[in-house]
Ligand binder design. Structure first.
Ligand code: SF4
Ligand code: SF4
Length: 183
């Protein structure tokens, strides 16, 4: 049986690397918006966008966090830009077990760009609004996707918790939480 198709608005941020000046305002506002409570702190280590910087060569590349990867991938690429060699995983968007990028510093849980999802919805994601150099451009398009491919943040978080603490522990905790909500 074919998976049911549905329309989905795909939100993306196009990056114009030539315009980025490495100011890191995007990192500041992203971490601040996602602090709990909102705007109570800012720590770029918690940001879902990272700017890879080489000020001497005037190279700044914003990379925003994508899906969580359960295992590190086999394919690796080396990048050389203006004579500088970058780490194999430097421009990867995944939160992955083999590196510390895009992980919540205290819990180790994966960070993923959620396009600043909030209620009420923002007109544009905050990193786009705060990028005065116009290096980040918000775009929307409609696509047909199958139900199976729509992995949401909750599923990603549960998957990461199961990997970190084991499925049994997670089941135990969920059972405990269910019981306390009912009681
Ligand atoms: S706010 Fe814009 S110019 Fe500044 S680092 Fe981020 S992407 Fe680059
Ligand atoms: S869109 Fe929002 S969540 Fe995503 S990187 Fe920008 S500020 Fe962070």
């Amino acid at each position: 049986m074919q998976a049911e198709k549905k329309k989905k608005v795909i939100k993306t941020i196009r990056i114009d690397v030539d315009k980025c000046n490495g100011c890191r305002a995007c990192e500041v506002i992203c971490s601040s918006f996602h602090a709990s409570p909102k705007y109570s702190s800012n720590n770029p280590a918690r940001s879902r966008i990272r700017v890879i910087r080489d000020p001497i060569a005037d190279i700044y590349v914003p990379v925003y966090a994508g899906e969580y990867a359960v295992a590190e991938c086999a394919g690796r690429d080396k990048y050389t830009i203006d004579g500088k060699e970058y780490d194999e995983c430097a421009f990867c968007r995944a939160s992955c077990p083999s590196r510390s990028e895009f992980k919540e510093p205290d819990s180790g849980l994966p960070l993923k760009c959620d396009m600043c999802s909030s209620d009420p919805t923002l007109e544009q994601p905050l990193c786009v609004q705060w990028c005065l150099a116009d290096a980040l451009i918000y775009e929307e398009r409609e696509e047909e996707v199958s139900e199976e491919t729509t992995v949401d943040e909750l599923e990603m978080g549960l998957d990461a918790l199961a990997n970190k603490y084991g499925l049994n522990k997670l089941n135990e905790l969920l059972a405990k939480m269910t019981a306390s909500k009912k009681g």
